[in-house]
Design a protein around this ligand. Sequence first.
Ligand SMILES: [Zn+2]
Length: 67
Amino acid sequence: MDCLKCKDLSGALESRHTQYVEARSSAYYHVSTELAAKKNVDMERARYDLQEHRAVCASYAERKLLG
Ligand SMILES: [Zn+2]
């Protein structure tokens, strides 16, 4: 059974990661250093949210058991 919240949170993490990579690879590196740092914080927060949810998500636990 798929959990919508898991899907939402991992989608959010994925897009934060994309934004972080884009900020880091920006041509305007002197401008983007601070931006990349902010994106990194956003990404870590999204990762934390996902982990927090997975810790209490029955659907995720079940999927992990099934492999
Ligand atoms: Zn879930």
